[in-house]
Structures are given as structure tokens and as C-alpha cells.
Design a binder for this molecule. Sequence first.
Ligand SMILES: C[S@@+](CC[C@H](N)C(=O)[O-])C[C@H]1O[C@@H](n2cnc3c(N)ncnc32)[C@H](O)[C@@H]1O
Length: 201
Amino acid sequence: MTKAQRQAIENHQEFLIENPTSFHPRELFPEKSEVVVEIGSGMGEATAEIAKTFPEKGFLAIEVHRPGIGSLILRALALEVANVKMINDDCHLILDLIEDGSVDTFHIFFPDPWPKTKHKKRRLINEEFSRVLSTKLRTGGVLRVATDWQEYATQIRRVLDENPDLTGGIVERPEWRPLTKFESQGINKEHRVTDFLYTKI
Ligand SMILES: C[S@@+](CC[C@H](N)C(=O)[O-])C[C@H]1O[C@@H](n2cnc3c(N)ncnc32)[C@H](O)[C@@H]1O
């Protein structure tokens, strides 16, 4: 963690939700029309920019890697966005605390691909996680996923297609999703990026 990231966390507790107990995402942003829950916000590059693009929405970023939280705070300050809050923990624990049927939108952009065969079971998006996501979404709520790893894209499509509570598939890249360092590195290696959109029925 850089000094700036550590200081950002120490001095800007207003962005952080520490030791959460059961909650409804709208309680965190009572004045917003919709709340987006982002899983694995990384260094917050996309999160801060998307929050700037949609000031009418609240954004809850869940990220297990603490420097990423510091980095997102720095980006939020630089872009002067106040509609972002963060939880520094494993999303599995946090999703357990979120009320069922309460999430308007999930963003999961470039989840770790775990390309080696022996590591594939570490992938975030599997059958069980798909069920957790659809349970937490409200009816009509939306799940957006992007990956640059083709074989993971095939897995994501299969598990989300098999979930009877979701409908959707591959979509065009949304023009508001910024090109992050992580995504450009993939594109430089000639990885094809796939965007998905599923709706809770
Ligand atoms: C490959 S990075 C992508 C980051 C960002 N979404 C982007 O597009 O640049 C995946 C991120 O997911 C986070 N992550 C992985 N498993 C997680 C979990 N169980 N809970 C919360 N964050 C997680 C990692 O720490 C990492 O920052």
C-alpha cells in the first residue's frame, strides 16, 4: 500500500463502511434512484469514472485488496465524486449481509480468470455464486459482467444461462464502461473482451 493510499483511508472514512451488519443497499444512498454494487473494483479506475458519469446512482464497491480501496478513494477525490462507498472485505461474506431481492445492479468487471486448470475452481462466477447473485437482485435488476478470458466467458455464459432466475446473454460493450489498465493489457495480448447483461426475472 502506498503512503497516499493509506492516508486516503485514514483521512476519508466517509467513503468506508466498516464492520457492516445486514443492510439494504438503498439505505446507504437514501437520496439516489438506484444502487450499483460492484464486486472486485480493483484499483477503482472504472468505478470512480462510472460514478462520475451517473451522479443519480449510488455505487457500493466491494474489494478484498486494501490498497485498491485507498486507490479508489484517491480517484473519487480527484474526480470529486461523493456517490461511492466501499467495503474492504471478501464479497462472499458481504453478499450474505445484503437483503435478498434488494440489489438494483451488479457490476463484475474482469474477475480474476484463474487460467490454470488446477486453479479454475477459484473462479468467482460459478453455479453457486450465480445463485447468490440472482437471490440478491430485485426482480428486473441487472447483472453486468465483462471478461477478457474466452474460456472463462464460456463458463460465465453457461452458468448464467442455466440459472432459471436470469435471462440475458452477450451484449455490446457499454460505451460508459471505461477502458482500464487491466483491460488494455488484455487487449494488447489480443484477448477478446466479452460483455454480458442478465436480468432477474
Ligand atoms: C482482475 S481484477 C479486476 C479489477 C477491476 N474490476 C478492473 O476491471 O480493473 C479482480 C479484482 O477482484 C478482487 N477480488 C477477487 N476476489 C474477490 C472477493 N472474493 N471479494 C472481493 N474482491 C475480490 C481482486 O482483489 C481484484 O482486485
